[in-house]
Design a protein around this ligand. Structure first.
Ligand SMILES: *[C@@H]1O[C@H](CO)[C@@H](O)[C@H](O)[C@H]1NC(C)=O
Ligand SMILES: *[C@@H]1O[C@H](CO)[C@@H](O)[C@H](O)[C@H]1NC(C)=O
Length: 367
């Protein structure tokens, strides 16, 4: 009885050993057969130090006023290309210099290293980080930390996502206003929208709190465990209400505010996974400020609605009662394969806003 029991244990151990050796050999073979570039990328990613690919010359011209951070994903090349050819195509307009920067993370096994390297060399607008491509909060924090190091003199940062459409004419106009005669800040309007709150935050030397976007009142975390991926456990976030925050659609901040947020954000070992709530809500709450409303129109809906909103600001039918559009969603936001949205909205936007602008527009991207 005892003997057969020992035999059986011995048999199980032998089988386990054989499986282990087999697994080990299989792994070694698959490692050898892996693409050598991917192998280097993998080793780089797990060492986790500097970005995989970055352009340290991005801000070397020293005249850049605005960095547009666009959170993307390794595989979303078509979104990036559509943005490069549409709203992200301006780099110097109305005497405002800007630079776009797409942020992607590393995804083990995606096999995208060579493609991204090629894209980065061609476009010079890619920040390929070693952090997990799915960790949006970390991508954003690491991108800001990178800006602190390589773009310290750039005053403004606008953050958005690659499935959205930005009225980049208006965005540049806002920066132009903030740059021009800041001492005469009273009664400054842009398309009948008061810029008072922006100037107050911009000019107050003690306030490191320039953060503006699509502000939401405090809301409840999703506590129903079947509502994946929105479900938030008490361990992740313990309070009953989120603080006021700004939507990930797009927010504008100055570099002082950005640095404050980075320093505070890196104190958390596991930063909250909803980046907009974390970066524009939870962190500002800890630092005693809020994300304020950018006085322009944000719209989540179809491309047709977006185009209609833009058309309202056509010179001929000028209706100033609603502020002009600053950000709207494209079909990509709801995972539709409608890359044409970017081009359709852009055509109308150029017609309505581009015609007003007399300064020359130069393109930096090589296309
Ligand atoms: C949680 O969500 C599921 C799916 O929507 C729903 O059927 C269920 O009733 C919800 N539970 C509670 C407690 O609200
Ligand atoms: C401009 O805004 C003010 C309120 O801020 C409003 O009373 C006025 O009607 C607006 N003008 C136009 C032309 O819409």
């Amino acid at each position: 009885m005892r003997r057969s029991c020992i035999d059986r244990i011995f048999l199980i151990l032998s089988i386990s050993l054989i499986f282990y050796i087999g697994w080990f050999i299989f792994n070694s073979i698959s490692r050898i057969s892996r693409d050598p570039d991917e192998e280097i990328a993998y080793l780089h990613a797990i060492s986790g130090s500097s970005p995989m690919i970055h352009n340290i010359q991005l801000c070397s011209s020293n005249e850049i006023d605005l960095i547009i951070i666009i959170i993307s994903s390794g595989s979303q090349f078509l979104e990036r290309q559509a943005i490069r050819e549409t709203w992200g195509s301006m780099s110097h307009i109305m005497n405002v210099h800007s630079q776009r920067l797409f942020v992607v993370g590393y995804h083990y096994g995606s096999g995208l290293y060579k493609d991204l390297l090629y894209e980065a060399q061609n476009e010079q607008d890619l920040l390929y980080l070693t952090v997990n491509d799915d960790s949006i909060t970390l991508k954003e924090l690491y991108a800001y930390r990178w800006l602190d190091k390589y773009c310290p003199n750039v005053k403004f940062t606008f953050k958005t996502d690659d499935d959205l459409f930005i009225n980049s004419f208006l965005l540049h106009e806002i920066i132009r206003e903030l740059k021009t005669n800041p001492d005469q800040f009273q009664n400054r309007y842009l398309y009948n929208s008061s810029l008072d709150s922006l100037f107050l935050a911009h000019l107050n030397p003690d306030a490191h709190t320039f953060l503006f976007g699509w502000a939401f009142q405090p809301g409840k975390p999703e506590r129903n465990a079947s509502m994946v991926p929105y479900y938030v456990s008490y361990k992740e976030y313990s309070k009953d209400l989120y603080p006021r925050y700004c939507s990930s659609f797009g927010y504008l901040m100055d570099s002082k505010t950005r640095s404050l947020l980075v320093d505070e954000g890196f104190k958390d070992k596991y930063p909250f996974r909803f980046s907009d709530i974390f970066i524009t809500g939870i962190l500002p709450e800890r630092l005693n400020f809020i994300c304020d409303a950018l006085p322009f129109t944000y719209h989540q809906g179809t491309a047709e609605q977006c185009i209609d909103i833009i058309k309202q600001h056509n010179k001929k039918t000028l209706q100033l009662s609603t502020p002009p559009l600053i950000v709207c969603s494209t079909g990509r936001h709801v995972a539709q394969n409608t890359f044409s949205d970017y081009y359709r909205i852009w055509t109308v936007l150029k017609f309505v806003f581009g015609n007003r602008i007399h300064t020359t527009q130069s393109r930096k991207s090589k296309n």
